[in-house]
Design a binder for this molecule. Structure first.
Ligand code: BGC
Length: 885
């Protein structure tokens, strides 16, 4: 009889209730107040409210695809406001929109069927990835609607959704506002005394149109806050929880201001090759260096109160820069939290430098009016280094490093000048990722952003000359050779139980595994059945809805248990309800795919003694909103919450966090990722990993490694990126997460990087990840990376092929997920192949290496009852930003 950990009781569990409360508080804090003339917080809870907009009732809790979470309910904004005591007096407008959506959906479903027939892709897959439902234009608000609403306060919610498999577009109804939305907001801003606009989006949308409307009193980016979005929004509007978020991205005045916009994804009709010609100038690094004024800058966010930020002292030595900053709530009515942001401007030298880069940050506690808090923020001096391709080294060039302190990237003061008298080579590497980029933009001769008092600030700032003579250059050693493990005993079959008992080492076990056994171990649980079935669905029989598991083929002979993996990043993605027969055999149905929830077997087939199980998980704020909290403790708490649900339902590896850089706002999965800034992204991923991994035997899977910044043609697109941009922007976050939190796993991405599939890149997965960064966990592919994906994408002419399973093993991509018999066979053939015969030969030691990486994690995992928190097994973490308060 199978052991399901799901609950048999349909009632809301104590944990579910508790988690909703935690998330409610968390989510409201993440929200970013973009504009407010004093209309917020609303001072009375109760009375009439005119509520409009597509996100009012059809509130978006999170994005689609594998990043979706099947929570029990979603509390929309309408409901949230009602729960807070408001009376919504525009129900007829909302009802009317519902009707419009219903008929649009009917038409969509017909279209979907046709498309499914013509492409051969199942309707469920199409609705989830390539062809999701897009909301229609909202109806115009009439004078009658306004008269009927009988209030002076209107709230307009703009909702947008996106997800895996498809990028967003710079069109009305997506990045741009629909004409009717603009008309409506203009209209209500004239008709109501108070007009509040809420942005229920997974990331950036156009704000130029909004800014041109005079009568808007407040704009709040409420993001997609999970299943309690409505409650959190009401709390934030009322100031019950002070919204204290700051933008984790630059919101441009015009979409085309982003340097990648011209060629991003299909903007240039080419989604085969993506040339990252903007180099390191991503996000504010571009806007500041090229002096382009954004609509809202990186780090921006207002509060219901005002703060004073005073730098009390700044000290520096060759190890650490330390800032003591006092923050005071100078308002007299409301409490609030402020984020202190520290940026540095490195000196110009041989290497081009952006105007400024984020160095560290810290958020205060909730400060009452008049209350102060002193924060001590520390970061490593050498984290201000740049990567020189010429020298293949991280270096700090001699000169003045300006230290800027403030509460957004464009509201800082120069508080310190750190002087380094000679060029410093911090670490020597090999250039691992040569690109064929035709050019990269340069800031030479460009005037960066500046402000009137900057020169004066520089002169009066504390100047510290740092003696760097004791900094030694680290030289990276790449371990090109792999050991081979030889079988020590043929007398009996070793098992994992022997390893657990301490009788043999893992290496002894690996040495005895046959090539066939290892090939099976290095491929996930799928064997031969239809591939569709394991896409974000029923890959695991024990935890239905989990995305996959490692093989159970070696469980009887070798006592190797299988590990269950489930998606995120906005919580756990599982089937909310499933049924088994009395013997514990899982009945079909229960999967949730986009617009569809697959029904369980018909009632007649479900006998009376069938058992119903429930796995309701908490939908967290999406990653892009969590990041806006700028609160690493809060993000760690989110991880802790996920960890508890993983243990509850029997999941070992969480397929999250996603940590690709927001290179362009149209990436369909930006809501799953944190930010345009690599340091910030790395810190967020590290915090959530710590939250998860404090629990015994479970861990995170940081993904998608790397340069996976677009969704169109995601399996076969080739990102051309320079070594410097990779190391400073696209890989940096992963580096920070690995070095500071040792995630249990890494997921390689679908795309190619400079012509090589990341899943097949030895340089990426072994030289960089393990040799340079010291990663100790396992690496897996993204789903079906080694397969023909016609069943998902339709048959298409493709410039690049899929990645290869033997090359995965060669590269140190230990586990092919979810895999299939084809992968097992190919690996076996590649080992037995003679050198020179055919292209892909893998050695026994290469296969042993991957098998060992997988077994090492299984051994420490929650598959065993006595597992310890994974993180405890590693020593001192090398990279810390310390915040004392
Ligand atoms: C996604 C991954 C996800 C996996 C398993 C893939 O389509 O790209 O992020 O973890 O499916 O569901």
């Amino acid at each position: 009889m199978k052991k399901y950990k799901a609950l048999k009781n349909h009632e809301m569990s104590l944990m579910e209730k508790e988690h909703m409360e935690i998330v409610r508080k968390m989510a409201a804090e993440c929200m970013v107040l973009l504009e407010n003339d004093g209309v917020l917080p609303l001072t009375v809870s109760g009375g009439n409210i005119a509520l409009y907009g597509n996100g009012a009732r059809r509130t978006v809790k999170g994005g689609t695809g594998s990043g979706d979470v099947n929570s029990r309910t979603v509390i929309n904004i309408e409901h949230g406001l009602e729960k807070a005591g408001f009376n919504i007096t525009t129900k007829s407008w909302l009802d009317n929109f519902d009707k419009i959506v219903a008929s649009a959906k009917e038409a969509y479903l017909k279209e979907l069927d046709k498309l499914s027939e013509s492409t051969g892709i199942s309707a469920t897959m199409l609705s989830m990835f390539d062809y999701p439902f897009r909301e229609p234009q909202v109806p115009l608000i009439t004078k009658e609607d306004v008269d009927k609403s009988d209030t002076d306060t209107a709230i307009y919610v703009i909702g947008r959704i996106s997800g895996e498999g498809k990028d967003r577009c710079c069109q009305e109804g997506d990045y741009l506002l629909y004409a009717n939305e603009i008309e409506n907001i203009k209209f209500i801003s004239e008709k109501y005394k108070k007009c509040i606009v809420l942005l229920n989006t997974g990331g950036v949308i156009d704000t130029k149109a909004l800014k041109s409307i005079r009568g808007i009193n407040a704009i709040m980016y409420v993001g997609q806050a999970g299943n309690i979005t409505g409650l959190a929004v009401a709390d934030a509007l009322l100031g019950i929880t002070a919204p204290s978020g700051k933008l984790a991205d630059t919101w441009a005045l015009d979409y085309w201001d982003y340097p990648s916009s011209k060629s991003f994804s299909l903007n240039d009709d080419n989604d085969d090759d993506e040339y990252y010609t903007e180099g390191i100038y991503v996000g504010y690094r571009y806007f500041d260096t090229f002096n382009v004024t954004p609509s809202y800058c990186f780090g921006y966010g207002k509060s219901y109160t005002e703060f004073e930020i005073k730098t009390i002292d700044i000290t520096a030595d060759s190890d650490v820069i330390s800032l003591t900053v006092k923050v005071t709530n100078t308002g007299n009515r409301y409490s609030g939290k402020e984020v202190v942001q520290v940026y540095y401007s490195a000196p110009k030298g041989d290497i081009e430098k952006p105007y400024q880069e984020l160095a560290a940050f810290a958020k205060t506690k909730l400060l009452a009016p008049g209350e102060s808090q002193v924060l001590v923020i520390e970061y490593k001096l050498t984290s201000m280094a740049s990567y020189s391709e010429k020298k293949a080294a991280w270096i700090m060039e001699a000169g003045e490093y300006l230290i800027r302190v403030g509460n957004s990237s464009r509201n800082t003061r120069v508080e310190g000048v750190i002087v380094i008298n000679r060029d410093l080579i911090i670490s020597k590497h090999e250039n691992l990722f040569r690109s064929d980029l035709p050019f990269e933009i340069s800031s030479k001769g460009k005037q960066p952003y500046s402000y009137p008092t900057q020169e004066h600030e520089k002169k009066s700032a504390k100047r510290i000359i740092v003696d760097v003579t004791n900094i030694n250059t680290e030289k990276i050693v790449y371990k090109r050779e792999k050991p081979i493990y030889c079988n020590k005993s043929n007398d009996r079959k070793f098992t994992m139980d022997d390893v657990m008992a301490g009788n043999i080492s893992l290496e002894d076990l690996v040495a005895q595994l046959t090539v066939e056994e290892m090939a099976n171990l290095c491929v996930g649980s799928k064997r031969g059945e239809k591939e569709e079935q394991s896409i974000i669905g029923n890959a695991s029989n024990i935890v239905p809805g989990a995305a996959g598991d490692t093989t159970s083929l070696l469980s009887s002979d070798r006592k190797i248990p299988n590990m269950i993996m489930a998606d995120g990043p906005a919580g756990l993605r599982l089937n909310p309800h499933f049924i088994t027969d009395a013997d514990g055999n899982l009945l079909s149905g229960g999967e949730v795919f986009g617009e569809f929830r697959l029904e369980s077997e018909s009632n007649e087939e479900i006998s009376d003694d069938a058992v119903h199980y429930y796995q309701y998980c908490t939908a967290l704020p999406v990653a892009s909103l969590l990041a806006s909290s700028w609160d690493m403790d809060l993000i760690e708490k989110a991880g802790d919450l996920v960890g508890k649900e993983m243990l509850q339902f029997g999941v070992t590896l969480w397929l999250a966090p996603g940590m690709n850089i927001h290179r362009n706002p149209l990436c369909g999965r930006n809501f799953e990722y944190y930010s345009e800034d690599p340091l910030f992204t790395g810190m967020c991923a590290s915090a959530i990993t710590k939250g998860v991994q404090k629990h015994p035997g479970i861990g995170t899977t940081i993904k998608h490694f790397a340069a996976n910044n677009q969704e169109n043609n995601r399996f076969y697109s080739n990102s051309h990126v320079s070594e410097r941009a990779l190391r400073e922007i696209y890989l940096k976050g992963f580096e920070i997460a690995v070095k500071t939190s040792q995630p249990m796993a890494v997921m390689s991405s679908y795309n190619l990087l400079n012509g090589v599939h990341t899943a097949n890149s030895y340089e990426l997965l072994t030289s960089l990840l393990r040799d340079e960064w010291g990663f100790k966990g396992l690496v897996m592919t993204d789903w079906f990376a080694t397969h023909n994906t016609d069943f998902l994408t339709g048959k298409k002419e493709r410039k690049y092929p899929a990645s290869s399973s033997p090359l995965c093993i060669k590269a140190g991509n230990d586990l092919i997920m979810p895999g299939g018999q084809k992968d097992v066979d190919e690996i076996i053939r590649a080992v037995y192949k003679e050198e020179g015969e055919g292209t892909y030969k893998i050695t026994l030691e290469e296969l042993q290496y991957c098998a060992l990486n997988i077994l090492r994690i299984i051994l420490q995992s929650s598959c065993y009852e006595n597992a310890k928190p994974y993180i405890e097994q590693f020593g001192e973490l090398p990279w810390v930003i310390r915040v004392n308060n």
